[in-house]
Design a protein around this ligand. Structure first.
Ligand SMILES: NC(=O)c1ccc[n+]([C@@H]2O[C@H](COP(=O)([O-])OP(=O)(O)OC[C@H]3O[C@@H](n4cnc5c(N)ncnc54)[C@H](OP(=O)(O)O)[C@@H]3O)[C@@H](O)[C@H]2O)c1
Length: 290
């Protein structure tokens, strides 16, 4: 399996007729995240899994977070960790309901107990996407409806920032954190209003707190705003016909992949972005332009 993985990823492996087969551990040695310890919240989801794999490949030790609220969550979280370990990467599972700060703090403490630090945090945890949320009347939502997304998407991200910042400061004042927003949170949208609302709070967190975090803690904070991304959670909401229609409006003519988002998370967590602070990076195939 290690060889197959390397062949898929390595240009040398693909171009050469001769099998060059260093182990997966060798392949990750020159990575851009060498020496870093990453916690990926929502690591059991589509973007989270892709990011965990890419970060591990780039040399980071990965703490894969999942909610642990259902059997499916526990199974998926452990599966992703097993996959990473089989490839020779260092990974541990951590679970927490992100709406609860003490659970998030415990999860982050576990990472630090295991590896001595945490230096990267990418926060993907979000209310599961269900078609009913995209069809609801935005002017008939209950307080609980509105809180459902805010408690996971916004509070969950805030909790990770709060739990990680002092450890990042202790890490020679170096840490990088990435939140997730969404393009409708930028242009405003009554469809999926509860999601957009919570996602815009993440942008507000980034705009409001990035300067304090960098000055007082040495922590970078930026946010990714994806457009339409073909994660299993999103794709299942549409028939083939509906999906085709949705995607036809994207200038690039295709939906984003979880790897497209992971690549931008890698940029924001590597030294390549050392002069990027407090920004929203839109990743949507050209649909929305600032
Ligand atoms: N796909 C898109 O087109 C798109 C576009 C814009 C923004 N986004 C946002 O990007 C993020 C990732 O998207 P995705 O499609 O990869 O999502 P996904 O597959 O649905 O993953 C969501 C993740 O959030 C976790 N989660 C949910 N509730 C939680 C809770 N209370 N506590 C802890 N973890 C919780 C889930 O964990 P368990 O499964 O372990 O419960 C899962 O790992 C989401 O925030 C989504 O809203 C997606």
């Amino acid at each position: 399996m290690e060889v197959a993985y390397y062949m898929k990823r390595s240009r040398i492996g693909i171009m050469s007729t001769k099998l060059i087969a260093p182990t997966a551990v060798d392949a990750k040695k020159q990575g851009r995240l060498e020496g870093q310890v990453a916690v990926i919240s929502g690591g059991s989801g589509g973007m989270g899994e892709a990011t965990a794999l890419l970060f591990a490949k780039e040399g980071a030790k990965v703490a894969l977070h999942f909610s642990g609220l259902t059997d499916a969550s526990i199974k998926k979280g452990h599966n992703v960790v097993s996959k990473l370990k089989e490839l020779g990467f260092e990974a541990i599972p951590v679970h927490a309901n992100v709406s609860n700060y003490s659970e998030v703090k415990k999860a982050v403490d576990r990472v630090v107990n295991q590896w001595g630090k945490v230096s990267l945090a990418v926060c993907y945890a979000g209310l599961p996407s269900e078609m009913k949320f995209w069809k609801e009347d935005p002017l008939e939502l209950s307080d609980d409806d509105l809180h459902s997304a805010i408690n996971v998407d916004f509070l969950g991200s805030y909790h990770f920032l709060k739990a990680c910042k002092d450890y990042m400061k202790d890490n020679d004042r170096y840490g990088k954190s990435v939140l997730v927003s969404s393009t409708p949170a930028i242009y405003g949208e009554d469809i999926g209003y509860r999601f957009s609302l919570a996602k815009d709070l993440n942008r507000m967190t980034v705009k409001s707190l990035a300067t304090k975090l960098i000055k007082d803690y040495g922590v970078y904070l930026n946010v990714i705003a994806p457009g339409t991304v073909e994660t299993p959670a999103n794709r299942k909401n549409y028939s083939d016909k509906e999906w085709k229609e949705l995607v036809s409006g994207i200038p690039l003519g295709k939906a984003g992949t979880p790897e497209d988002i992971a690549n931008v998370a890698l940029f924001l967590c590597s030294h390549d972005s050392d002069y990027v602070v407090g920004q929203t990076i839109i990743v949507d195939g050209g649909e929305f332009r600032l």
